[in-house]
Design a protein around this ligand. Structure first.
Ligand SMILES: Nc1ncnc2c1ncn2[C@@H]1O[C@H](COP(=O)(O)OP(=O)(O)OP(=O)(O)O)[C@@H](O)[C@H]1O
Length: 304
């Protein structure tokens, strides 16, 4: 269990984190989501020991990030947001370098490199200089460097920003595999659908505050309600307010109401009588992204 206890952090006058309190279960995948500047990286840097001046504490399997820094660092693998690799070296040499930093050597290090290259799908490219690698391949290698020492906690800060779909898929498979093998994963992202897909629990962070957290099911069940979605060229909000609370988006209108199914029947009747043919009319379930919007008034994509 990872217990976050009253974490606050200031950078001068900026309050980057404001009294965070939550816990993360062992062997789960926790998604930390929030817009740019919400405080995700600051939280992760405190957890992995990169930032050591802050208020509060985090217990990682009963060890304090403040008092047992070295022990905590040993059980964590950190994949920073910015790729941290030596461009002039091969994939194999980069892994050797990071493995040695983690205290691995000899046959054990060589074995670990072999396994990790397999896990990140780069065995065939082990002896190529990484200056020839795509952004996605570098991201995968960046993750590889962080898991060489078989950490029980893996912290990934926005690992899928700006990469190709193949590398994204490969990173998802790797995360599933690491979780199956017993790791606890902490994953920050702007991409809600990713978090919904791979995480068991989630925390929403906005302006340094945790605005919601829980298992994925708890958060979805607590906030989920069916809405009606309708799209038609030229339609305006006023035409729909009789049916419920209307929210306009680029794609169309969401209507929240007590009984969406019956309301949709009434709308269909009205459209038929008046010769209106919408391009889309459907029942829509609230997604994680909508819940974040309800709680903060922010769309993550607009900020990303
Ligand atoms: N070294 C620093 N010095 C001063 N302010 C900082 C520093 N690092 C972060 N901040 C500020 O702290 C706040 C939280 O930043 P942080 O990088 O943790 O957010 P984030 O959610 O990770 O955002 P992003 O997705 O852009 O990385 C922001 O207002 C940021 O400008």
């Amino acid at each position: 269990m990872i217990n976050v206890q009253g974490i606050s952090k200031r950078y001068g006058s900026i309050k980057a984190l404001n009294d965070l309190d939550f816990s993360i279960n062992e062997r789960s995948c926790f998604g930390l989501v929030g817009p740019n500047g919400a405080g995700k990286s600051t939280f992760m840097k405190i957890l992995v020991g990169v930032i050591d001046r802050f208020d509060g504490d985090i217990q990682v399997f009963n060890q304090s990030v403040k008092k047992d820094q070295l022990a905590v660092k040993r059980c964590i693998g950190y994949v920073p947001q910015d790729i941290c690799l030596e461009e002039t070296l091969t994939a194999n040499d980069n892994l050797t370098y990071f493995g040695r930093l983690y205290g691995l050597s000899g046959e054990h290090l060589r074995n670990r490199i072999r396994v990790v290259l397999e896990q990140i799908g780069l065995s065939e490219r082990a002896h190529d200089k990484i200056s020839k690698f795509s952004g996605g391949m570098k991201r995968r290698l960046n993750i590889g460097c962080a898991i060489l020492h078989e950490p029980s906690v893996i912290v990934l800060d926005e690992p899928t920003v700006g990469i190709d779909p193949q590398s994204r898929h490969s990173i998802f498979s790797l995360i599933s595999e690491l979780k199956e093998l017993g790791s606890t994963i902490i994953y920050s992202s702007h991409y809600m659908e990713e978090v919904e897909q791979i995480c068991d629990s989630v925390g929403f962070i906005d302006k340094g505050k945790l605005v919601e957290h829980g298992t994925m099911k708890q958060v979805l069940d607590k906030h989920r309600n069916a809405a009606i979605f309708v799209a038609k060229d030229g339609m305006v909000t006023e035409e729909l307010t009789a049916y419920g609370d209307v929210m306009q988006t680029d794609a169309g209108f969401f209507i929240n109401c007590a009984d969406p199914l019956s309301t949709m029947g009434i709308m269909i009747e009205h459209f038929r009588e008046n010769g209106i043919t919408p391009e889309r009319l459907e029942l829509s379930q609230t997604r994680l992204e909508d819940i974040f919007f309800q709680l903060t008034g922010l769309r993550l994509r607009d900020n990303g």
